[in-house]
Design a protein around this ligand. Structure first.
Ligand code: 3HC
Ligand code: NAI
Length: 685
């Protein structure tokens, strides 16, 4: 059966695409659309055309699996031909949009003379998220339809906009009934039959006439921080600039000329890798597809501190009621107040409506009583990182919670199996390791204990999607996937201090690589006193000495750096002098360290640790580690994450680097998997 079918509603030819799951514009769809337009042109009884899609969405873009494919259906028509054919139709064509009109999908819609959409529809050009720009006229038609001011954020952020906003900026001609898309689109098509002419996006000049040529540089400047390191957004800005200064016939090939090198480049390969990696991460290989998903209608959170509060917000924002339990009134009140303040700040920035603050707060029940968690479907523990307290809490939960409830711990490092063993239902216990700030960071590490049941796991993966997180499954070990790999980097960072390499230099090497912050900036943010006690404080360790001087990080206004009241960071003369003194005293100070060495010593041990993690089966697949590092630790996405980056760098080079610096990590065990792959000239992808 063809993926494109047509049927008649009187004088209107309705063209329907049915190419699950997302109506990607693969070769068969493109060929079918051109054939349908020929049918319309050749039939005098047809006076107008409606294009719509079956299933969950309008065309969600070009078929990404065709990119980078050396032989992508050489005989199929290309997308530009499809869109030009639609636009050249003498009979008006109406795009009838539901779900998401994305990338090539929105470009098809822009080629139509009119666009109608249901209220829940979203419209966007997400190509930059794949390291690309629209390649089928999107950068040339969109500004002509909505103007430069509305087009620039769409093409550079890739974020979709809701249909209503689309109507406001002129992208959508009419919002139609949520449940009557085809009928309303046909009625709209009928209403334009007989009009003298129909709007042709590529021929419009009204919205771009008089564009301020300075608007592009102003936009670049205003967004410099957000776009740093990425190639595609700059190309997208250039393409929109071209739309305002060149006729469409010249702009279209110029857009293509910007698109092609991006498609062939490593940034796009890396970002496309991440697109599929994120989707793969949600799948657990040894769990049957029909595993029952438990309904999560009510959640309990224990601990209203840094993490408990953030975790709670995820569920409140998703409309799921939460009971948050503390041991004393004061921290409970503080936790509730922080949640309210966070929502109010978001509302003040206009990102949510004031009534949504009250809606979310209305779903929160603060409590001092664990018994109040009896009817929760899921309880997440976020109390102090101490095994004895966690075991005590889980033992109590076991007695209180209803049968079938999932019992989760947010522990950063502790043994989930030991925690599970303090209950009579280890199959219900797992780790749900959120990242700080838990209401913002998209990463969720799902820690699978030895006895964790399939249902608890499958439910957690589904739930992650509900609350907008990207989930990765990890096995049990100290620090799981994320923190275990990070520890390898932190160890080297601290070793560098003993060579007299200052924090600002180390951090700069990593921020130049593309991380939002380096190891010492990160340590200051998290607090230097994590895990520190007076009794165990080590006077030969710079970090411990800083805590002893009450330099505990940003929270005390001083850590590796000094912080002003507004958190502006400056290098600390005191700390730098201390570091040099330590290095001199130990006789380990060096003056010959290059930035390259710093980078290799920080990143290669992470790759090695990841190799060990894969060997041990702690991670399901290398791409899961990429997803975790990009979403949880700020690894620059345009390098594809650590494993993709190592593979493009060459695993042989990584192993040689580990061996070259072997004296810097005396206990290092080089991963056999890494060595084998390097020897065979393979990568992790
Ligand atoms: N091509 C190929 N496969 C695609 C695809 C695409 N454009 N979009 C989604 N898929 C696949 C996914 O890989 C996934 O496959 P799987 O089930 O085997 O894992 C399946 O469709 C379902 O996708 P999601 O799990 O993401 O489903 P959601 O309902 O959560 O999201 C969506 C749907 C919002 C459409 C989301 O899939 C999405 O954002 N897709 C990508 C859209 C995009 O980037 N389009 C631009 C493409 S580039 C382009 O058009 C270039 C042009 O300018 C020439
Ligand atoms: P926190 O100290 O900010 O909050 C812990 C809260 O738990 C406190 O408010 C405390 O009063 C409460 N509490 C302690 N014992 C309790 C009990 N028996 N019953 C009820 N409440 C109790 O700590 P934070 O940072 O929120 O950490 C919590 C957990 O999350 C730890 O296991 C930590 O390792 C983990 N984690 C922390 C991250 C971070 O960046 N802070 C990141 C990821 C995980």
């Amino acid at each position: 059966m063809s993926v494109i079918t047509t049927h008649r509603e009187g004088e209107v030819l309705v063209v329907v695409s049915d190419n699950p799951p997302v109506n990607a514009l693969g070769a068969a769809v493109r060929d079918g659309l051109v054939a349908a337009m020929k049918e319309a042109a050749g039939d005098d009884g047809v006076k107008a055309v409606v294009i719509r899609c079956d299933g969950r969405t309008f065309f969600a873009g070009a078929d990404i699996t065709e990119f980078g494919n050396p032989n992508p259906n050489p005989n199929a028509v290309d997308l530009n031909t499809v869109i030009n054919t639609i636009e050249a139709s003498a009979k008006p064509v109406v795009a009838a949009i539901h779900g998401t009109a994305l990338g090539g999908g929105l470009e098809v819609a822009l080629g139509c003379h009119y666009r109608v959409a249901v209220p829940s529809a979203k419209l966007g050009l997400p190509e930059v998220k794949l390291g690309l720009i629209p390649g089928a006229g999107g950068t040339q038609r969109l500004p002509r339809v909505v103007g430069v001011e509305a087009a620039l954020p769409m093409v550079t952020s890739g974020d979709p906009i809701p249909a209503k906003l689309g109507a406001t900026i002129g992208l959508i001609d009419e919002i139609v009934g949520e449940d009557s898309l085809e009928a309303d689109a046909v009625a709209f098509a009928r209403s334009v039959i007989g009009m003298e002419s129909h709007p042709v996006s590529s021929a419009r000049a009204d919205k771009i006439a008089g564009t301020d040529p300075g608007a592009f540089d102003a936009f670049r400047q205003a967004n410099a921080r957000r776009l740093r390191g990425f190639d595609a957004p700059e190309a997208a800005i250039k393409a929109v600039e071209i739309a305002t200064s060149h006729p469409f016939s010249e702009g279209l090939p110029m857009e293509r000329a910007l698109f092609e090198p991006l498609l062939a480049g490593t940034q796009s390969a890396a970002l496309r890798h991440l697109f599929f990696a994120e989707r793969a991460a949600n799948k657990i290989d040894d769990i049957p597809k029909d595993t029952p998903i438990l309904p999560i209608a009510k959640v309990g959170v224990i601990g209203a501190g840094t993490m408990g509060g953030g975790i709670t917000m995820n569920f409140l924002s998703a409309g799921i009621p939460v009971t948050m339990v503390e041991r004393e009134q004061a921290p409970l009140d503080r936790g509730v107040a922080t949640i309210r303040k966070n929502y109010e700040n978001t509302a003040a920035k206009g990102r949510i409506k004031p009534e949504q603050v009250e809606q979310a707060m209305g779903l929160l029940t603060p409590s001092l009583n664990l018994e109040d968690l009896a009817d929760c479907d899921l309880v997440i523990e976020a109390v102090f990182e101490l095994m004895e307290i966690k075991k005590d809490v889980f033992g109590k939960l076991d007695a209180i919670c209803k049968p079938g409830a999932i019992l989760a711990t947010n522990t950063s490092y502790l043994d989930v199996n030991e925690i599970a063993a303090s209950t009579s239902r280890p199959e219900a216990v797992l780790g749900l390791h959120f990242f700080s700030p838990a209401n913002v960071m998209r990463m969720l590490e799902v820690v699978r204990g030895a006895k964790t049941g399939a249902s608890a796991l499958a439910t957690s993966m589904k739930l992650a999607k509900t609350i907008g997180k990207v989930a990765v499954v990890a096995g049990v070990c100290h620090g799981f996937i994320g923190n275990r790999i990070l520890a390898a980097r932190q160890t080297q960072g601290e070793a560098m201090l003993m060579e007299g390499i200052l924090p600002a230099r180390v951090d700069k090497v990593l921020t130049d690589f593309g991380f939002p912050m380096g190891p010492f900036q990160m340590a200051d943010l998290a607090g230097l006193d994590i895990g520190w006690t007076k009794e165990t404080s080590d006077p030969t360790r710079v970090r411990d000495v800083l805590v002893e001087r009450d330099r505990r990080g940003q929270k005390t206004g001083a850590g590796f750096y000094d912080y002003a009241a507004d958190r502006t960071r400056t290098e600390s003369e005191e700390v730098n002098a201390l570091i040099l003194e330590f290095a001199d005293k130990a006789g380990t100070r060096r003056n010959d360290v290059t930035d390259e060495e710093i980078l290799e010593r920080l990143l290669y041990p992470m790759i090695n640790e990841a190799g060990l993690i894969l060997e041990e089966g702690i991670a399901q697949r290398a791409s899961d580690i990429d997803v975790m590092y990009v979403h949880g630790y700020g690894w620059p996405s345009y390098t594809g994450g650590p494993m993709f980056w190592a593979s493009t760098t060459g695993l042989g080079k990584v192993v040689a680097g580990l061996e070259k610096h072997a004296d810097k990590w005396p206990d290092l065990k080089i991963s056999t998997l890494l060595k084998d792959k390097a020897a065979k000239g393979e990568g992790f992808a």
